[in-house]
Structures are given as C-alpha cells and as structure tokens.
Design a protein around this ligand. Structure first.
Ligand SMILES: C[S@@+](CC[C@H](N)C(=O)[O-])C[C@H]1O[C@@H](n2cnc3c(N)ncnc32)[C@H](O)[C@@H]1O
Length: 182
C-alpha cells in the first residue's frame, strides 16, 4: 500500500459512533440522492457513508463501494449487514491507478480521499467517466490535513476537466464542493 493512504486501523479515529455528531449522511446527501438511484462511494473506507447512502436510495437503489484496501471492504460488509442494507451495496477492490468500476452512476462521492490518490487528474477523469449526464459529484477533503489552497487546486483541476462547480456545502471538518458533469 502506498505511504500516503490511511491505514485501516487509523480509520477508527474518525469512523466511530461519535461521527454522527459531525456528519449526518441524510443531511449531507438529501439534495442529491433519491430512491432508486445508483451511487458510488470512492475510497469508501469502512463504509460510514456507503451505508448512509444505501438508506437514502432505498430497496430499489444501489451503492458501489470502492476501496483499495480489502480490510476496509470487509469491515464495510459486516457493518452493512448489521444495518440491514448489505443487499444494496456492491463492494469493489480497486488499485491506486484505477477506480475499478465502469458502471454508470447518478451520484459519486469522494470523501476525505482525493489527497491520498497518486494522481488527482487521473482520478477525477475516471470519476467523471462513470457519471451519467448531469450526474453530481461531491468532493470533500479534511480541513487541516488539506489546506484551502491545496483544495482550490483540486477544484481548478476538476473545473478544467469537465466538471461545473454547482455548490459549496458546509460540511463539518471539511472543505467541500459539489460538481455537475458538463
Ligand atoms: C481517510 S479514509 C476516508 C474513508 C471514507 N471516505 C470516510 O469518509 O469514512 C480514505 C480512504 O480512501 C481509500 N483510498 C485511498 N486512495 C485510494 C484510491 N486511489 N482509490 C480508492 N480508494 C482509495 C483508503 O484506502 C481509505 O479507505
């Protein structure tokens, strides 16, 4: 695993029961997700948001949860079963250079993970390719760990390569932006 990638054991420091105080998936995703939609959670980690999104898309929707660590996907699967939404979530093991899925999606999430990718442009290009026309993409990076100026650089790359910035939602502890596929 590349040195810059968050190891599975470190994920427990932010992905624990206290997280709901800061991040409420139903509030963050309500404007973008509806029943029956297909969404992808890129760099899903242990699945905090995949599970939240699975509840919003309902029985007829689908979540594709992608990560490059099998341990993250295994923990996600256990948590999804406990939450009763495992049948709506497909897990995909990817690698540093490829997001590992070609399935068309209505919505894509990249939460606190773009700074871990070796090549932001390649990652954004692949994320854009699987979005349906007018599909939405929510990008959030951790404040402090990623400076505002670094975040702005990522926004510029996205806007230069086929994304239109449509919103800057307020999300705790995060820099955040929502794009639409042009
Ligand atoms: C800081 S964690 C955030 C996890 C999750 N998004 C959350 O907010 O709970 C970053 C995750 O991105 C994954 N990751 C890093 N680089 C990746 C890449 N190139 N493709 C897919 N996943 C990646 C890591 O394995 C890790 O699970």
């Amino acid at each position: 695993m590349a040195k810059h990638v968050c190891p599975w054991w470190l994920a427990y420091t932010f992905d624990n029961p206290l997280r709901r105080i800061f991040h409420k998936p139903e509030e963050i995703f309500a404007p973008y997700l509806q029943e029956g939609m297909t969404a992808v959670d890129l760099g899903c980690g242990m699945g905090y948001f995949s599970i939240g999104m699975a509840k919003l898309v309902g029985e007829t929707g689908k979540i594709i949860a992608v990560d490059l660590q099998q341990k993250m996907l295994d923990t996600l699967r256990k948590r999804a079963e406990k939450a009763g939404v495992a049948n709506r979530i497909t897990t995909v093991l990817c690698n540093d250079n490829n997001i590992g899925t070609h399935e068309a999606v209505d919505f894509a999430l990249a939460f606190w993970m773009v700074h871990e990718t070796p090549d932001a442009l390649r990652f954004l290009t692949q994320a854009r390719a699987i979005l349906k026309p007018s599909g939405k993409f929510l990008l959030a990076e951790p404040k402090g760990h990623v400076t505002f100026s670094e975040f702005r650089k990522t926004l510029s790359i996205a806007q230069e390569f086929g994304f239109k910035l449509i919103d800057s939602p307020v999300i705790s502890l995060s820099h955040a932006a929502v794009f639409e596929k042009l």
